[in-house]
Design a protein around this ligand. Structure first.
Ligand SMILES: Nc1ncnc2c1ncn2[C@@H]1O[C@H](COP(=O)(O)OP(=O)(O)OP(=O)(O)O)[C@@H](O)[C@H]1O
Length: 317
């Protein structure tokens, strides 16, 4: 059975316009479809504002869809399955209550859900601290007394307290010093292995996402424009935008032809007709404005929305 199914989810925010213009809609997420299988890691990439965090919040139940549904093990997310999905946020400095001691922060979900006896909760907190590599000596410290890496370990321990089957990590290392990023990524990889966790890993750092993920979802202006097996990227990327993202942070192992994007990302209040990427796409033609490109399917569960796709070397279109 699928662990998680995001089915036709839209998130539209209403914002107050200036003067006589009344309300405007921000199309943060449009018709998102995504399936997560037990134990697999889905990477989500795209530029700032493309809807990555909105998708992450929808998956953990922090953002209610305007339309569409999210199902966990076949049941609507609202029906109590929320505790099976843990979330780690970008900045542990703001995500943690700065007045509470580490042990209290990690224990909080256990208290809220009344898991076991108080003594069992204490044991679980000790176990979680050891799992994420926190020494027992920091149990009584407050977040301000810890390093950034330690704070993120506290956040990860708290997210794992209720033994979720799925962990959503939204830019979990981007607020950290470069020197500790690898440690936190390795910790997430170890935990995934040890606990057989599924993960949704959100980052604008496409090379890290490639390393962490089984499949990669590319988002642009609120839409999923491509989903492909991570090991095959960037060579197999069909959507010019996925290629552009990879070519912006080239890797020696996987060189790609540079695709330089010009012009600003269009506003999510007024997305272009047809293909959302067409205003910046080097391959765009008049046809791209007419309608949203249909979902095309390539080998290996690879899907994309583009009518002028890149064709990988050695593949016939
Ligand atoms: N509460 C809100 N009210 C109005 N607009 C919002 C709200 N939350 C998000 N948005 C808008 O929705 C769009 C998607 O935002 P989201 O935070 O999901 O993008 P993102 O890809 O995660 O960006 P970043 O990488 O900068 O975090 C953006 O245009 C953003 O400005």
């Amino acid at each position: 059975m699928n662990l998680l199914e995001v089915d036709g989810v839209h998130v539209v925010h209403k914002i107050r316009g200036r003067g006589l213009f009344g309300h405007r809609n921000v199309y943060a997420l449009t018709d998102a479809h995504l399936v997560v299988h037990p134990g697999e890691t889905i990477g989500v990439v795209g530029e700032s504002g493309c809807g990555k965090s909105t998708l992450a919040k929808v998956i953990v139940g922090l953002q209610r869809p305007t339309a569409g549904s999210v199902r966990f093990r076949g049941k609507p997310l609202e029906s109590g399955s929320g505790r099976e999905v843990g979330m780690v946020f970008q900045d542990p400095a703001t995500a943690l209550n700065r007045r509470l001691a580490v042990a209290r922060i990690i224990r909080d979900p256990l208290d809220v859900h009344r898991v076991g006896t108080p003594a069992e909760r204490d044991d679980r907190v000790r176990e979680l601290m050891s799992l994420v590599g926190l020494p027992p000596s920091v149990a009584d410290a407050v977040p301000g007394q810890l390093s950034g890496g330690q704070r993120q370990r506290v956040a990860i321990a708290r997210a794992l307290a209720l033994r979720p089957a799925l962990l959503v990590a939204d830019e979990p290392t981007s607020a950290l010093d470069v020197s500790v990023r690898a440690q936190i990524l390795n910790l997430l990889l170890d935990l995934r292995e040890q606990l057989e966790l599924a993960m949704v890993f959100v980052s604008h750092d496409i090379q890290t996402v490639k390393k962490m993920s089984d499949r990669i979802v590319t988002m642009y202006l609120g839409r999923i424009v491509e989903e492909a097996p991570a090991p095959e990227l960037p060579e197999a990327a069909r959507h010019p935008y996925t290629r552009a993202l990879f070519s912006a942070t080239p890797s020696l192992l996987h060189p790609v032809e540079p695709i330089v994007l010009t012009g600003p990302v269009p506003s999510a209040t007024n997305p272009p007709s047809g293909c959302p990427f067409r205003t910046r796409c080097p391959k765009a033609t008049g046809e791209c404005a007419a309608e949203l490109p249909p979902l095309s399917v390539a080998d290996g569960g690879h899907t994309y929305r583009c009518i002028h796709p890149e064709i990988p070397t050695g593949v016939t279109a």
